[in-house]
Write a protein that binds this ligand. Sequence first.
Ligand code: ADP
Ligand code: ZN
Length: 739
Amino acid sequence: MGTVPGMTSTAETGGSQKTVRVAVAVPLDRSFDYNRHGLGPLPRGSIVSVPFGPRQLNGVVLGPGDGTVPATTLKPVTAVAPLPPLPPNFVDFLERVASWTMAPIGGVVKMALSQPQALHLPPQRKIYRRPDTPPADENLTAARRRIVEVLSVAGALPAADLQREAGVSAGVVTAMAKAGSLETLLVSDSTPPPRPQPVAGPPPTADQLAAMQHITGNLGAGFTPMLLDGVTGSGKTEVYFDAVEKVVAAGRQALILLPEIALSAAWKQRFQDRFGVPPTEWHSDVAPGRKRRAWRHIALGEAAVVVGARSALFLPFSDLGLIVVDEEHEHAYKQEDQVTYHARDMAILRARLQNCPAILATATPSLESWVNAGKVGDPPRYRHISLPQRVGEASLPEIAAVDLRRTPPERGRWLAPPLVEAISGRLEAGEQSLLFLNRRGYAPLTLCGACGHKVTCPNCDSWMVMHRLAGRLKCHHCGYAARPQSGCAECGEEDSMQACGPGVERLAEEVLQRFPDARFAVFSSDTVASPGSAETFVRSVVDGEVDIIIGTQMAAKGHHFPNLTLVGIVDADLGLAGGDLRAAERSFQMLAQVAGRAGRASRPGLALLQTMDSTNPVMEALLSGDRDRFLKAEAQSRRLAGMPPFARLAALVLSAPDPQRLQAAMQALDANRPHYHGVDIFGPSLAPLGFLRGRHRGRALVRADKTVDIQAVIAAWLAAASLPSAVRLQVDIDPYSFL
Ligand code: ADP
Ligand code: ZN
């Protein structure tokens, strides 16, 4: 992507005004010139359809053609989409994302044009209604009378709905239309969504009011990133709703990113209560037709508020006035496949190019945002807005450790006596408990008691996880599933296979044994797979139909269960085991969020952490409630190690169908490794997950000082190494996974 588009004048380069440079929606790292003959001027951002090999593809005009090929020999642009051009700063954004993530520009454009159907004028539908003056001689049979009745209530309906509601066949509707008893209308299926009609939220607390005023003061002031840092239950949502209301009142659009929007029925209900209309949703569970309409409404400026997953960042807002990133610390914002990007970071980039404010909301800030807010001495780049207390009577939960060395559970069990006692107390008091274990299934490992053979995935370097409810062993990396065998495949011993370690299903078994009368439910992506079932689950907990929730991280996020007063963290040390760059930070965030589920209403909450080592910094920070000291210590150790956020990191992940080609590629990288001041290179070497989904994997890690253009270092390295095409390479700027 060498030159900056729009900066080269065609007169200087000899380029022709009759050509345009198009980023075609295919994952290729270059743009292509086309002749725009007969189409008039096509400004940057115009969405066009162009011939590409044997296909017709969509693309975005980046600027005039580069002039190296004469206009007459170029293929012509086929058509221009009947939509306003994408705003120039959005095209800037797409190009910046591509160059930052080192993804092909065509791949990024493909994300932005994710709804090809939306580029055409919306289809029209035929609907039926009663004429103002029906024929005098009409013959209304019983079936026809039912149609008249349905329409007297509904006004007008498409044939299919009309048949269903009146309980008649298609023939009845067409016959009536022919006789003049019904008339048809053509309507477009793109009625704009209703405008929000906000109602006042609850009277804000003094802290909320101060936060709202601070934000309001920045709403018209261009790019202003703000870290809205408030403890769980401090009313952050109300604070950003207030900002959204003001942006919408000014006629502009707002984007709210939520990590688990599909599962957030309660959040959507709150939005609807506050704004009188549902938000426009954008995530993978939205049906194609709705997505297509949403994309158009957003492009035409008709959708005022969009709530979405990370991909919503690539929607073509015509006039974006605010971006909110809720739970900004969430690792779900990092997309790991295809274009690898971090939605929080890219949200800040988009807000900067759009010159609008951005609010990052969280109870447990990422170290990146904490540093950017100037909290460890570096110059502040974000405003810091804090909400230190819970709303109303609710206080923060007390957090205590259960020392697994002093009071261990019995053999083959996982709940230690102090936790068991606390659960009993809650059951007697009619209050709810949550047992948190971030492990799906029954047991993470199945092992032969005779020879020690472990059941592993045939496609990956990983153990197969036992899922008793499903009667399957599953690989959590590739999804491979197999029927469990009682005998050992290795040594042939009968009935020798044993489940090792607990997952949530196994905890449920223990709960059933210990508290046979308690009503319990497992909350994991296996038991609660769809948005609908998540909503049902959450409602059943709120309605008091469950005494003990046994959940993975799905249970940790955002839910508000007023009667939940005890959180038991079954294995607080689990998240620290991997030991990667962010293990401590991630573990702290996760445990603080889970603990924050306790005591969110008037009854005080207690969180018990089962740990082997209550003196490690993560446990100490949780137990003392001194989050800021933890962040400071973590920042200090990252700074000393020369690691992000005080340096840059990038991973190169290689994968090949066979070990030989992987080795050859790793040697090519190794032989061409660059030597720069301020740059360290680790590897290439076999990845910890050396075999994944049937491919052999290697990795290299580049660490660079902040002043280094790490993308340029990598680009030069890859150009020198020229890897064979059978080897897949993924560049991951600022990696979160090190496997
Ligand atoms: P957070 O996002 O910080 O976790 P929420 O915005 O979800 O907090 O608020 C926690 C609970 O307090 C919610 O049930 C919310 O409706 C309620 N709440 C928030 N602000 C107020 C207020 N000013 N007065 C009364 N209730 C409030
Ligand atoms: Zn696998």
